[in-house]
Design a protein around this ligand. Structure first.
Ligand code: C5P
Length: 222
């Protein structure tokens, strides 16, 4: 990345089965003629190294100069821990393979912030009304303006993330993203604007949106 001098390792947990999608393993599902994983690998062709956690036993995708593979763990956090053991960059970007569309402007924001902050994630507003159901019925509405949805890539000093993972392991704590683990260290995590096009492919209907976006992605007219 232009103007960025420390080494960047990209860590891609891609070992999930994609149960909610019903067509796993999710990283190998195709949109626009490419696997979800391949979309991500193309987006990070500039990185010093990319480490990918694959479902154990999965065939390795075609070789790319900066990409290496490791067998993933049974949980996302374990997959990331295995990737982190291999990473050598001063900065790591952790990115879910389930998010095929990586917006370069967001990556630029993350890299610009991480060099001073050491921990930064992209966020997007909550579009829907947000409630806490009570016994399956409508419960208190939360003020959605006070909440935000967290995306990946998430950027950290490698040593901060390694310490966060070590602490979580020693306390037997799990989290759905890396920022939670870093925050548990008492280390502040900055927020930068994310982008709704970096949505996570989770449910079957997400593939319809992904196919449509894939058709126009190279021109990125949105
Ligand atoms: O299931 P979910 O969509 O939250 O998974 C987020 C990311 O974590 C996906 O890219 C998935 O492949 C990855 N993952 C993993 N190892 C697991 C479970 C999930 O690398 N054991």
């Amino acid at each position: 990345m232009a103007g960025f001098e420390v080494g960047v390792s990209v860590l891609v947990p891609a070992a999930g089965q994609g149960e909610r999608l019903g067509r796993g393993p999710k990283a190998f599902v195709r949109v626009g003629g490419r696997t979800l994983l391949d979309w991500t690998l193309r987006a990070f062709a500039w990185a010093d190294e990319v480490w990918v956690a694959l479902p154990p036993g999965a065939p390795e995708p075609a070789a790319r100069a900066n990409v290496r593979f490791v067998p993933g763990g049974s949980e996302r956090q374990e997959s990331v821990a295995r990737l982190l053991e291999r990473a050598r960059g001063d900065v790591v970007l952790v990115h879910d393979a389930a998010r095929p569309f990586v917006v370069p402007e967001v990556v630029d924001r993350l890299l610009a912030t991480v060099v001073t902050a050491g921990a930064v994630v992209p966020v997007v507003p909550v579009p829907d009304t947000l409630i806490e159901p009570e016994d399956g019925r409508y419960g208190p509405a939360l003020d959605r303006g006070r909440y935000t949805l967290v995306q990946t890539p998430q950027a950290f000093f490698r040593e901060v993330l390694a310490e966060a993972h070590q602490l979580a392991r020693s306390e037997g704590r799990t989290a759905t993203d890396e920022a939670q683990l870093v925050q548990a260290l008492g280390y502040p995590v900055e927020l930068v604007p994310g982008d709704r096009r970096m949505f996570k492919v989770t449910y079957p209907e997400d593939l319809v949106l992904a196919e449509a976006l894939a058709r126009v992605w190279e021109e990125r007219p949105l």
